[in-house]
Design a protein around this ligand. Structure first.
Ligand SMILES: *Cc1c(COP(=O)(O)O)cnc(C)c1O
Length: 451
C-alpha cells in the first residue's frame, strides 16, 4: 500500500495527496481479488497505471454529468431527459454568474444587504402584470409554499376533479397535508360548480382555494369545471385567497402554433387568482425553477416563510431564468428559446430534413429506411392529447427493440420511439446540427433488412 502510494505520488501532481489513498486502496483490493482467483500478479507499473486511470476518470466531467442525448422521441419537454434545453443566453448568464462573485443580495448603492437578485422578479412582474413575484427551485416547491397561505391547520378547498397526481407519485392531497393544511373537497370527479365552493368559504371553515390545472390528463364527456372568475368572486367575498397551480404556464399563446390554448399567468391573475405558480422548465423553456406571481402582500408572506429559504435557487439558476425571461421581453422567445423554436418549426422544414437523411443512406447499406409523417407532443405535463404534425425517419428492422437499444447505447446516444413495428426518429426535437450524427449512425448500424 505505502509502496504503491509513494510510486503514484511520484507520477502525478495533486494538491491533496490524501485523496489518493482510497483510490490506491481500491486498486489493491481489486488486485487481491484477482490473485485469489489465480491470476498472476500485476507488475508495479500496471498498478500505478490503474490508479492513474481511475484518477483521470474523476477529472472527466462527461463521466459524472448526465451524458448528452439526441432526443428523437418527438416529446419536446421530456422530464426524464431534463425537460427544456436552455437558451444560449441562459447558458451564458449562468456561466457568468457562477464564475465569480456578484451583487446577488447586496445593494451596490448602499453597500447593504438588499433583495436577492431582483432582475428575475422584475421580468416576471413586467411579463405577467402581477404586483410581485418570487422564484423558487421548482413548481412543486412553489405549490407547497403557496398552499402554506392556508395557515397551519387552516383549511384549503379543492375540487374533487383536481385532486390529481402531478407526477412522480406526488399527489395534491399529500402536498396539502405536507404544507400543514387541511383539505376540504368539493364537487365531484367529473363536475364541480362555483357554487360548490360557497359553503366552506361562507362559514369561514376555509381561508384558501386551490385550483390545479389539468396539465397531464384530459377529461371528456359529462364534465364541468368551476369558472375561476366565479370561484374567485366567492372567495374574495369571504376574505379567502385563490391559489392557482398552472403547471406549465405559458408566456406565449400556444394557440398561435396550432395547439390548444394553454392558460397564461396573466389571464389567471386577471380572472381573480391571487397567487399563480408555474414551472420555469416546462413551456417557459428555461432552467428548472418555480415561478410565483401574485398579490404583493401574499408574495411578501411567501418570501418571509422559512420554507422559502429552503427552496431558494442558486445564483446560476437565477441568472439563467432571468436571461430566459428577458428573451420574452425582448420579443425573441420563439427565435431563441429551444422549446418554442421546436414548437414553431414548420413541418415542411422537418420533412426536408427527413428526406435529406433518407437520401443520404446508400442503397448498398441494406437498411429499410423511409420518410414518415409523425406527431410530436409537448410532454412534461403540458397540453395533454395535443399533437404537432411532424416528420421523421422510420427504420424497419427485424427487432425494433434491439435497434432502439443500439441507438441509445451508441456513441451518439439517440433516443428514438417505436411505432407500428418500426424505430421512428421524430426530427422536431432533434437539433438540426445533430442530423449529421444521425446520418452517421444510420449507416454505421446498417441493421439487416426484414425477412
Ligand atoms: C409539472 C406540474 C407541477 C410540478 O412542477 P415541477 O416544476 O415539476 O416541480 C405541479 N403542478 C402541475 C399542475 C404540474 O403540471
Amino acid at each position: 500500500m505505502e509502496h504503491l502510494l509513494a510510486q503514484v505520488r511520484d507520477s502525478v501532481e495533486v494538491s491533496e495527496a490524501g485523496a489518493l489513498v482510497p483510490i490506491v486502496r481500491s486498486v489493491i483490493t481489486d488486485e487481491r481479488h484477482r490473485l485469489a482467483a489465480g491470476v498472476k500478479p500485476a507488475a508495479d507499473a500496471d498498478l500505478v497505471d490503474a490508479v492513474l486511470v481511475r484518477l483521470e476518470a474523476l477529472g472527466d466531467p462527461t463521466l459524472t454529468i448526465p451524458p448528452r442525448v439526441i432526443n428523437a422521441t418527438g416529446v419536446i419537454l421530456h422530464t426524464n431527459l431534463g425537460r427544456a434545453p436552455w437558451p444560449r443566453a441562459a447558458r451564458a448568464a449562468a456561466t457568468a454568474a457562477s464564475s465569480g462573485y456578484g451583487f446577488l443580495e447586496l445593494d451596490p448603492a448602499t453597500g447593504r444587504r438588499g433583495r436577492r437578485f431582483r432582475a428575475v422578479e422584475e421580468h416576471l412582474i413586467a411579463l405577467t402584470g402581477s404586483e410581485d413575484a418570487l422564484v423558487v427551485t421548482n413548481n412543486a416547491a412553489a405549490l407547497l409554499l403557496a398552499v402554506g397561505l392556508a395557515g397551519r391547520r387552516g383549511a384549503i378547498v379543492v375540487s374533487r376533479g383536481e385532486l390529481v397526481e402531478i407526477g412522480g407519485g406526488v399527489r395534491i392531497p399529500e402536498v396539502v397535508a405536507r404544507a400543514g393544511a387541511r383539505l376540504i373537497e368539493v364537487g365531484t370527479t367529473n363536475r364541480t360548480r362555483a357554487a360548490d365552493f360557497e359553503p366552506p368559504l361562507g362559514d369561514g371553515r376555509a381561508r384558501a382555494v386551490l385550483r390545479v390545472h389539468p396539465s397531464n390528463f384530459a377529461m371528456a364527456g359529462f364534465t364541468q369545471s368551476a369558472d375561476l372568475e366565479a370561484v374567485a368572486a366567492i372567495a374574495h367575498r369571504h376574505g379567502a385567497v385563490v391559489i392557482d397551480d398552472l403547471g406549465s404556464g405559458a408566456l406565449l399563446d400556444t394557440a398561435a402554433f396550432g395547439l390548444a390554448h394553454e392558460p397564461t399567468p396573466t389571464e389567471r391573475l386577471t380572472a381573480g387568482a391571487d397567487v399563480v405558480v408555474f414551472s420555469g422548465d416546462k413551456l417557459v423553456g428555461g432552467p428548472q425553477s418555480g415561478l410565483i406571481v401574485g398579490r404583493r402582500d401574499l408574495v411578501a408572506r411567501l418570501r418571509r416563510d422559512p420554507l422559502a429559504r429552503a427552496v431558494r435557487p442558486d445564483k446560476a439558476i437565477l441568472a439563467g431564468v432571468a436571461a430566459t425571461l428577458a428573451l420574452y421581453r425582448a420579443g425573441r422567445a420563439v427565435a431563441e428559446i429551444p422549446v418554442w423554436r421546436q414548437i414553431a418549426c414548420p413541418p415542411e422544414d422537418l420533412r426536408a430534413r427527413a428526406e435529406r437523411l433518407v437520401a443520404g443512406v446508400p442503397p448498398t447499406a441494406g437498411i429499410d429506411v423511409a420518410v414518415v409523417e409523425v406527431a410530436s407532443v409537448a410532454g412534461g405535463g403540458s397540453l395533454p392529447g395535443q399533437t404537432l404534425p411532424s416528420w421523421g425517419v422510420a427504420l424497419r428492422v427485424p427487432s425494433p427493440d434491439r435497434t432502439a437499444r443500439a441507438l441509445r447505447a451508441g456513441p451518439e446516444r439517440i433516443l428514438a420511439r417505436i411505432a407500428d413495428g418500426a424505430v421512428v426518429l421524430d426530427l422536431r426535437t432533434v437539433q438540426p446540427s445533430d442530423d449529421a450524427a444521425i446520418a452517421r449512425r444510420l449507416v454505421a448500424d446498417a441493421p439487416p433488412p426484414r425477412g
